[in-house]
Design a protein around this ligand. Structure first.
Ligand SMILES: [Zn+2]
Length: 237
C-alpha cells in the first residue's frame, strides 16, 4: 500500500478538521498558495488524502495561475494611490525612508529594504486613511475615536462599536478613490452597524458612486496582497 502521507508531503498540504463542513473541500491558501484540505466530521484522513491525490492536476493548475509575489526591492515600481514610486536604495544615506519626487529613498542594508518600505507605506496609509475618515465623519457629524492600520488577511476595513476604525495598510497601493471608498464605508458604520438600506443611504451621502470602489476591490483587491511578500514559501501544518 502506498504511503499517501509521504507522497503528498512535498505539496505542503494543510489538513483542517471542520465539524461544520459538509463535504471534502480543497482550496489554496490565499497567502502562500499551499493546498488546504477541509475534512468534515467522520471522514477519515485517508479518504481526504486520496481526494487530494485525485486533484493534483487541479492544484498545480491553480498554483501556476497565481500571480507572482512582488517583494519591495530596489528598482521595483510600486503603486501609491494614483501615483507610482520607484524604490531606490541609498546605502550611504542614514536616517528615515523618505520620498523624493517619484522615488522612495531607502537607506540601510539591502536585507531591510522590504521591511523599511513596508513601514513607510503603513505610515503613509495611516495618514491618508485618518484624513479621509475624519473628513467623512465630519460630514455626518460622527466621531472617529481612533484609526488603526493593520495587516488583515481578508478584510479591507472594520468598525468597532467604540468608533475605532481599522484598515488594511495595502489600501495605500490601490487608486485613491478605492482608499476613500473604504474610509467612507467604515465611517458610515459609525451610524449604521449593518449593511441594510439605512447604511447605504448614509454611504450615498458621502460618496457619489459607492459601487465604484467596491467593484475595484472585488476585481483587483487580491492583487494587492502580492506586494511586500518575501518568503512566500514556508509550509506550515
Ligand atoms: Zn461594512
Amino acid at each position: 500500500m502506498k504511503d499517501l502521507h509521504a507522497e503528498l508531503e512535498p505539496l505542503g498540504l494543510k489538513v483542517v478538521r471542520n465539524a461544520r463542513a459538509r463535504r471534502l473541500r480543497l482550496r489554496l491558501d490565499r497567502r502562500d498558495g499551499f493546498p488546504v484540505l477541509t475534512l468534515p466530521k467522520g471522514v477519515p484522513e485517508r479518504t481526504g488524502l486520496a481526494f487530494v491525490q485525485e486533484n493534483l492536476e487541479w492544484i498545480r493548475e491553480r498554483q501556476a495561475a497565481r500571480p507572482d509575489p512582488v517583494p519591495f526591492l530596489p528598482g521595483t515600481r510600486i503603486p501609491l494611490g494614483d501615483e507610482t514610486l520607484l524604490i531606490t536604495r541609498t546605502p550611504d544615506r542614514r536616517g528615515a525612508t523618505r520620498r523624493d519626487g517619484d522615488q522612495l529613498l531607502v537607506g540601510g542594508e539591502l536585507a531591510h529594504v522590504n521591511r523599511r518600505v513596508t513601514d513607510w507605506l503603513k505610515a503613509e496609509a495611516r495618514q491618508r486613511l485618518t484624513r479621509q475618515a475624519h473628513h467623512h465623519a465630519a460630514r455626518i457629524e460622527s466621531k472617529v475615536t481612533r484609526v488603526r492600520v493593520a495587516d488583515q488577511q481578508s478584510r479591507w476595513g472594520s468598525c468597532s462599536g467604540r468608533g475605532v476604525l481599522s484598515f488594511n495598510w495595502r489600501l495605500i497601493l490601490a487608486p485613491a478613490h478605492v482608499l476613500d471608498y473604504v474610509a467612507a464605508h467604515e465611517v458610515a458604520h459609525l451610524r449604521e452597524m449593518n449593511h441594510g438600506p439605512r447604511f447605504h443611504a448614509v454611504l450615498a451621502t458621502l460618496l457619489e458612486d459607492p459601487t465604484r470602489g467596491d467593484a475595484w476591490l472585488t476585481r483587483y483587491g487580491p492583487e494587492l496582497r502580492r506586494y511586500g511578500v518575501t518568503d512566500a514559501a514556508s509550509p506550515t501544518t
